[in-house]
Design a protein around this ligand. Sequence first.
Ligand SMILES: Cc1cc2nc3c(=O)[nH]c(=O)nc-3n(C[C@H](O)[C@H](O)[C@H](O)COP(=O)(O)OP(=O)(O)OC[C@H]3O[C@@H](n4cnc5c(N)ncnc54)[C@H](O)[C@@H]3O)c2cc1C
Ligand SMILES: *[C@@H]1O[C@H](CO)[C@@H](O)[C@H](O)[C@H]1NC(C)=O
Ligand SMILES: *[C@@H]1O[C@H](CO)[C@@H](O)[C@H](O)[C@H]1NC(C)=O
Ligand SMILES: *[C@@H]1O[C@H](CO)[C@@H](O)[C@H](O)[C@H]1NC(C)=O
Ligand SMILES: *[C@@H]1O[C@H](CO)[C@@H](O)[C@H](O)[C@H]1NC(C)=O
Ligand SMILES: *[C@@H]1O[C@H](CO)[C@@H](O)[C@H](O)[C@H]1NC(C)=O
Ligand SMILES: *[C@@H]1O[C@H](CO)[C@@H](O)[C@H](O)[C@H]1NC(C)=O
Ligand SMILES: *[C@@H]1O[C@H](CO)[C@@H](O)[C@H](O)[C@H]1NC(C)=O
Ligand SMILES: *[C@@H]1O[C@H](CO)[C@@H](O)[C@H](O)[C@H]1NC(C)=O
Ligand SMILES: *[C@@H]1O[C@H](CO)[C@@H](O)[C@H](O)[C@H]1NC(C)=O
Ligand SMILES: *[C@@H]1O[C@H](CO)[C@@H](O)[C@H](O)[C@H]1NC(C)=O
Length: 589
Amino acid sequence: MACFKSLVLLALGISSCSAAILNNVAELNKLRLTFDFIVLEGGTAGNVVANRLSENPTHKVLVLEAGGSNEDVMEIIVPGYCTRTSPNTAQSWNYTTTPQTALNDRVLIYPRGFVLGGTSSINYMNYARGSKEDFDRIAKVLGDEGWSWDSLMPYRFKNERFNLQTQDNHNITGEFDPKYHGFNGINTVSLPGFPTPIDNRTLKAMTESTEFPFVLDMNSGFPLGVGYGQTTIKNGSRSSSATSYLAPQFVSRPNLHVLLNAHVTRVLETGPGVFRGVEFVGNLNGPTLHLTAEKGIILAAGSVETPNMLLHSGIGNSSTLKALGIKPLHNLPSVGQNLTDHTLAFLSFMVNSDNTWETAERNTTMALEEFAQWNATRTGPLVDFPGSLFGWVRADLEGKFPDPAAGPNTPHYQLIIGNGFFGPPPATGNFMSILPALVAPTARGSITINSSDPLAPPIINPNQLGTASDVFVMRQALKGILRFASLPAWSDYIISPVGINFNSTDDELDAYIREASVAAYHTVGSASMSPRGASWGVLDPDLRVKGLTGLRIVDLSVLPHIPSADTQATAYAIAEKAADLIKESWGYL
Ligand SMILES: Cc1cc2nc3c(=O)[nH]c(=O)nc-3n(C[C@H](O)[C@H](O)[C@H](O)COP(=O)(O)OP(=O)(O)OC[C@H]3O[C@@H](n4cnc5c(N)ncnc54)[C@H](O)[C@@H]3O)c2cc1C
Ligand SMILES: *[C@@H]1O[C@H](CO)[C@@H](O)[C@H](O)[C@H]1NC(C)=O
Ligand SMILES: *[C@@H]1O[C@H](CO)[C@@H](O)[C@H](O)[C@H]1NC(C)=O
Ligand SMILES: *[C@@H]1O[C@H](CO)[C@@H](O)[C@H](O)[C@H]1NC(C)=O
Ligand SMILES: *[C@@H]1O[C@H](CO)[C@@H](O)[C@H](O)[C@H]1NC(C)=O
Ligand SMILES: *[C@@H]1O[C@H](CO)[C@@H](O)[C@H](O)[C@H]1NC(C)=O
Ligand SMILES: *[C@@H]1O[C@H](CO)[C@@H](O)[C@H](O)[C@H]1NC(C)=O
Ligand SMILES: *[C@@H]1O[C@H](CO)[C@@H](O)[C@H](O)[C@H]1NC(C)=O
Ligand SMILES: *[C@@H]1O[C@H](CO)[C@@H](O)[C@H](O)[C@H]1NC(C)=O
Ligand SMILES: *[C@@H]1O[C@H](CO)[C@@H](O)[C@H](O)[C@H]1NC(C)=O
Ligand SMILES: *[C@@H]1O[C@H](CO)[C@@H](O)[C@H](O)[C@H]1NC(C)=O
């Protein structure tokens, strides 16, 4: 069901543009408003902060977002179409990476959301928090208990509205543990609503090996095992920060305005060491505009654009900025450094079945029937992300490398199990996928610039599999998956792996990894927090830019270490915490 791009999408005709969402600068100018807080960008984290700060009716909040509206875009709304939201769509920044040395110098696509909701509007919706040890390590590095797993738990609950009813109304006892979930938050999290034909085999395989045990709830802080995925889906449709935190009851607040199609170019110094100004263009050929926030700027442009924007604003390594002809205003050499991402390797198996995604992908009638079912009742195969069970597994390091994970209860790799071929399928045959994702990488990359033009794309180097340890763990992950696929539960189902064999040598597996790996787009760390007074880092643990007033960063770039899981759940938790930090500093928590 994932990738049949040829199908003509049928619009639903739901249109309800809220008054406070403005499409162009002229509409904003007409209102002659001033703002206490300007949130730079309506992405995953930005919309949370905008919502929470505007709870106080005396605080006037403006969000500037480069992309357009998320409404009525079927690729975004229908979960089963999520793999079509990027790349090279109207809702995506069309970035690519530098040639990746460890991946045979391949240039990778590197999409990010370019639409209200940011990357939460185009991602694959998996809701995974990582391990307790991930966050306890971050708290320890920062010397600030406020970033520990337990301290962030109330913010995860503030974000989450766990949905107890699945789209197929099945009994969900035994698929999750309610004590780890929030039921009164803003963003809906659901269990799978359409069982896939391979789920029962996956569950059986788990009973056949101690290496892949069942885990009741992978979001408890102790994720190791294979269990039911949780996704940001509400009644069969995507729940993004735009549909949840900017839902009509919030965006109708008279003190909250959102301006779309506003491309921010710089944050501006408004006094010595004070950054409360913003420069943006309403359209790429239009005039440059300026606004000043009375209280503060919240930069939430994501791990790629936040460091890019800081550098163009003169905040970064002063000698590199000077060499580019950008006036250095504040020397912070860590800006753009230490970027970290996960790596995903494609791995498919030819199977003995005709009930896989390929069947509908090759049959337009069936694909249209699936859409009609979704459209009429929000049921059927399109209500879910393509896949329902996930695993979190530790690799045997064989004493060769120090443990790259945050601790012994933290995974090295993720299993993403799907009932078909990820990507355009071969012309014939039916498939299943078990993709490994390296979730405990040691390589660090960077965001740099080579131009003084703020509209030029940044240079993105995620340095995928950039250390010997990362390649080794990925090879151990492939071997683990081959063991999993050899369990008796699959014996009459899996015919053979595609691209490798069950008995491939280490060299063959490494060659496969270098060709079949791509970025996981879980980018963090490029404008990281560090302890107060540290000689490295960009932010203090309260998310303020070191040495400056008026500017905080609230997105995934702030993390000094990557969590061992997909990242959106953490973006939401960071943003909920940030909103409290900001409220507290203005005396109203
Ligand atoms: C294809 C894909 C699939 C993914 N799947 C998953 C998944 O299943 N589960 C998961 O947890 N995570 C997933 N992720 C990652 C996750 O969605 C992101 O890590 C997270 O949403 C990032 O949040 P953020 O707030 O840091 O940034 P974003 O949500 O990217 O927000 C940044 C916002 O800033 C705007 N912006 C940037 N530059 C400018 C500018 N100059 N001017 C104005 N506006 C600007 C952008 O348009 C965007 O709206 C996926 C990512 C991708 C790309
Ligand atoms: C990405 O490419 C698509 C298709 O060409 C285009 O519509 C979109 O505007 C591009 N995104 C950006 C941020 O330029
Ligand atoms: C769901 O299943 C559990 C355990 O199998 C059972 O105790 C419970 O009564 C069931 N709930 C409903 C609503 O049927
Ligand atoms: C999986 O097994 C359960 C219990 O045996 C059964 O009720 C269910 O229909 C099976 N699901 C599928 C998709 O075959
Ligand atoms: C700043 O960049 C220069 C190269 O332009 C580099 O030599 C120097 O080490 C960097 N400074 C720091 C502190 O990283
Ligand atoms: C990268 O992060 C490490 C801590 O994980 C820190 O010691 C180092 O100084 C950072 N490098 C830069 C350039 O910020
Ligand atoms: C395509 O799907 C339709 C509807 O499910 C079905 O009737 C038809 O037989 C299928 N066509 C082929 C070639 O399998
Ligand atoms: C989708 O549903 C709407 C009504 O909610 C209807 O007008 C439209 O025709 C439906 N489209 C399809 C393809 O079923
Ligand atoms: C889910 O969506 C369907 C189709 O639009 C609607 O009929 C139903 O009432 C919705 N259910 C909930 C719980 O909102
Ligand atoms: C910047 O790098 C890009 C590729 O990353 C290249 O196309 C461009 O020419 C470079 N620009 C300058 C001014 O060096
Ligand atoms: C490896 O496995 C393949 C089938 O998966 C088989 O054809 C081949 O003979 C095996 N090679 C060795 C050296 O065992």
